[in-house]
Design a protein around this ligand. Sequence first.
Ligand code: E4P
Length: 215
Amino acid sequence: MKFFIDTADVGEIREATALGVLDGVTTNPSLIAKTRRPFREVLEEILDLVDGPVSAEVTAVDFEGMIGEAKELSSLHENIVIKIPIISEGLKAISWCTNEGIKTNVTLCFNPMQALMAAKAGASYISPFVGRLDDISQDGMELITQIRQIYDNYGFDTEILVASIRSPMHVVQSALIGADVATIPFKVIDSLLKHPLTTRGLEQFLKDWEQVPSQ
Ligand code: E4P
């Protein structure tokens, strides 16, 4: 399973890159707004840091506006993936991008039919938002299971990119289900390696090592 980081914070991306397990980045308008910096400036820094897909979201909600933004953003770098919401104008824009050879990440997916429509339009990635479903007492991970089955039933090669991840368990379940990618906030990436027995065990090893006589 590929690991993307879900942030527009360049400092976080730099730290995650240093771990050597980062495959890409996803951003959205809210994450860009949090940086208080111009979109293009942030995007260019991210593209310099990461050698992998970087999702940049359109903000137009009509077909012409979306494809205008898609053309502009995709011309910036070959790693740019155009993030498009799963609304009807969006679906038209996804089909257009597919025909133009522009990669897409279909966002704000909350049910399996939206995922099927995106795949039929040739989306490169589908982003089901598991945490936001959990927030309204629906099982976000169940949606991943359903999409996995539908895509496998028909051999769609759209990659399932689990989004809105809130905890390490979302990452574990994504891997068990066979999602292609998990896009993970920095604080969750940071917690993936943590285990109290690892901390305690290492402390003990180092303490015991002090008892080993030197030559
Ligand atoms: C997906 O690509 C979105 O950027 C993101 O995962 C949404 O997460 P949130 O529900 O924590 O805002």
